[in-house]
Ligand binder design. Structure first.
Ligand code: SF4
Length: 292
């Protein structure tokens, strides 16, 4: 397969979405915040939250100085709220141990709370322009199709996935643009359900040349949200976020009447994750907000 860097980069210049965390002048910390938020949440939902967030807390130390409850509240309905808690912890470590400056190397980044291999590489690449492979789901799908002629990526393998992308990266100082372009291609053109091959800058896509052989193995089931523990956790957190003071168990109970055992399980998991506190008088509060 051929992913000609110049073709992909010129397509990216013409077609990329105007996302504020890509603007020049956005700090490594603000890019790190965007990567935390984008891990499991679509761009459209991240945009307004990120925009408010970086104005309110532009640096790690500003974020660290906020209460955990304020951070959880600002996280709003982005979902997977443990990320908010980890981001707050990450800010605290950067402010305390790294002079309020986001580290620029992958190994140090990976020592930070909530920062795994993908996020560390994304920050090193997009904030510090290092030529490290950055591999998300979209990139894995593009590589699977264009390079390997498969409809879907195989099970993730960091070594194999990084080697695949490293082999594509150009060497003339634009690897970070190339990585951004590859991700954008997967997000907007080579999408999971309906790739728009007529708009694609990749020439010699192997999957296309082979006549689009179908995926091997059983079809993937679409993820559902309705009725899951995640939804119940979200409902309970909504009650806590919407109240400036601690709430009673009865106030929480009305948030999910369908299945009381599921509601109890969701509440216990929020307590276990350190996102919610049970006070001595039996009321509940967002962590760090017990005194209000
Ligand atoms: S030609 Fe089609 S399948 Fe191949 S990389 Fe482009 S969009 Fe994806």
């Amino acid at each position: 397969m051929i992913v000609a860097a110049e073709d992909l980069l010129s397509w990216y210049e013409r077609s990329r979405r105007d996302l504020p965390w890509r603007d020049p002048g956005v700090s490594p910390w603000q890019i790190l915040v965007s990567e935390f938020m984008l891990q499991q949440t679509p761009v459209a939902r991240v945009l307004p939250i990120w925009t408010e967030w970086v104005v309110r807390w532009p640096t790690p130390s500003a974020t660290a100085a906020a209460s955990a409850a304020d951070v959880l509240r600002a996280w709003g309905k982005l979902g997977y709220p443990r990320r908010a808690k980890r981001l707050h912890e990450c800010a605290t470590v950067i402010a305390r141990d790294h002079g309020d400056v986001v580290p620029d190397d992958v190994d140090t980044l990976m020592t930070l709370p909530g920062v795994g291999s993908y996020t560390a590489r994304a920050v090193a690449c997009f904030a510090y322009h290092q030529p490290v492979p950055v591999v998300d789901t979209n990139v894995r799908r593009v590589v699977a199709r264009a390079v390997h002629g498969r409809a879907d990526a195989r099970a993730p393998s960091a070594a194999r996935d990084h080697a695949d992308v490293a082999a594509l990266l150009p060497e003339n100082g634009v690897a970070h643009h190339f990585s951004a372009a590859l991700m954008e291609l997967g997000a907007t053109v080579c999408t999971a359900r309906a790739p728009k091959c007529g708009l694609c800058p990749v020439t010699g896509c192997r999957w296309r040349e082979l006549g689009y052989p179908p995926a091997e193995g059983p079809a993937r089931r679409a993820q559902t949200y309705a009725g899951t523990d995640r939804q119940v956790r979200g409902r309970l957190l909504d009650v806590l976020r919407d109240n400036a003071s601690p709430v009673t168990r009865a106030q929480l109970d009305v948030a999910w009447l369908t299945d009381t055992a599921q509601r109890d399980r969701a509440l216990e998991s929020l307590l276990a994750d350190g996102l919610v506190t049970r006070m001595p008088d039996g009321r509940y509060a967002l962590v760090g907000e017990e005194d209000r």
